[in-house]
Design a protein around this ligand. Structure first.
Ligand code: DO4
Ligand code: MG
Length: 274
């Protein structure tokens, strides 16, 4: 089952497998259910008859304004090596890759998120920028993984490389977080070997492409969620980016006009760089 959110002539509306859910449906309410109740609960929501009276106008990010997006870092060997190469203090990345406690940071609040068809941005005060294609977990209020989507953790490598304490500025700015466009409802077992691909085009030609698999991640998905929920409540549920396993070479930086295409399992996220 696939959830998406669209702007319609009647306002923002959640869709289930392309059919409008009742106007009263919210993701926050769905994410208060336990994982084993969700399918039945969704089947009880009558879709608007054939969507007859609802006309879609634009795709919206599959998140509500109050939901938080968190992110994990250095969960793949490739990310550890890229951080070590860019940083003036390479040691911290080696240590966090090996540590029991993962790196987790807040990436965005729902209203800041963009989705396919909307631009992502690079900071004006940064000269070295990359997209980070990531599996994004959708987690309910009880800390259970109930679905996934695709994500782009846009990152300024020179800012983080100068000093790891600049991480929030390298990671959090306008247009830095893209998710969606759909949420695939699935349990963690269905995600363990999902393929992830990244393709970047410039003036129509591919300038970088790469692929990986969730199976190459060092940490377990439940482990990342377990740390996030240890001392933090998410009454409306949460989204957790799980880290990148694809990093373009050191010589590469995004430019305005580039087209970024990320596929995670069955979800494809496409954004132009503003
Ligand atoms: O330590 C910095 C963040 C790394 C990151 O975002 C990633 O590995 O995906
Ligand atoms: Mg990342």
């Amino acid at each position: 089952m696939k959830l998406s959110r669209q702007q319609t002539d009647q306002g923002p509306r959640w869709m289930l497998d392309g059919q409008p859910l009742p106007a009263s449906f919210t993701l926050a309410e769905l994410l208060q259910r336990h994982a084993d109740e969700i399918q039945a609960w969704l089947h009880e929501r009558p879709a608007t008859a054939a969507g007859a009276d609802v006309h879609s106008q634009a795709v919206l990010p599959p998140i509500e304004p109050m939901q938080e997006v968190w992110a994990s870092g250095v969960t793949y060997l490739r990310s550890r090596d890229a951080r070590k190469a860019e940083s003036s203090v390479a040691d911290v990345y080696q240590k966090v890759y090996e540590a029991e406690r993962p790196e987790l940071f807040m990436k965005a609040i729902g209203w800041r998120v963009v989705t396919s068809g909307h631009p992502v941005r690079i900071r004006k005060d940064s000269a070295w920028n990359v997209p980070e294609p990531e599996l994004v977990l959708v987690v309910n209020a009880h800390g259970e993984i109930i679905g996934y989507t695709a994500g782009n953790d846009m990152s300024s490598r020179d800012i983080e490389g100068e000093n790891p304490l600049y991480l929030p500025q390298a990671k959090i700015y306008n247009g830095a977080c893209a998710l969606g466009p759909e949420i695939m409802l699935a349990n963690a077992d269905a995600m363990r070997a999902l393929p992830v691909t990244l393709e970047i085009r410039r003036a129509g030609a591919i300038v970088f492409s790469g692929e990986t698999s969730i199976a190459r991640m060092k940490r377990r998905l439940e482990e990342l969620v377990g740390y996030l929920y240890r001392e933090l409540d998410f009454p409306h549920g949460a989204f957790l980016m799980t880290g990148t396993g694809i990093v373009p070479p050191e010589s590469f930086s995004l430019q305005a006009g580039d087209a970024v295409k990320i596929t995670v399992g069955e979800v494809t996220l496409e954004n132009a760089v503003a």
